[in-house]
Design a protein around this ligand. Sequence first.
Ligand SMILES: [Zn+2]
Length: 148
Amino acid sequence: MMGKNQSANIAEIWLWHKRLGHPSFGYIRRLFPSLFANYKLSDFICETCAMAKSHRAIFPLSSNKVASPFSLVHSDVWGPSPVFIANGMKWFVTFVDDCTRMTWVYLLKHKSDVCIVFRLFYQMILLSLTGLFRWYVQIMEVNTSRES
Ligand SMILES: [Zn+2]
């Protein structure tokens, strides 16, 4: 049976672990040795600490690149950011063209906005591929040079 004091000690150990920003339990034992009278360090496993220490699998570097722009586009969504990035934006999505390594970053308020951004990005690619984008830029250049 666990005494009242013992369960209070467990609660206090966890409280200090969280309060001090998740230091090792060995460090907490050095600060409060009496709390650990009946416990081993291995009795305490913090899920948050375990997740923070986990690492992403390493992807092997690839020297293969596709021959033409927009044949292959890599995309990643990140968030939610613990702090607002700008104007309430908490997410961002990136598109990386495999051929040119050109990168586009869009800030999002909601993760579900990825669909809207993807449609915009896709429209931009279509304009680029059909040459309309180049035509549009040329028209803009002509217009701005006339203004000056
Ligand atoms: Zn922890």
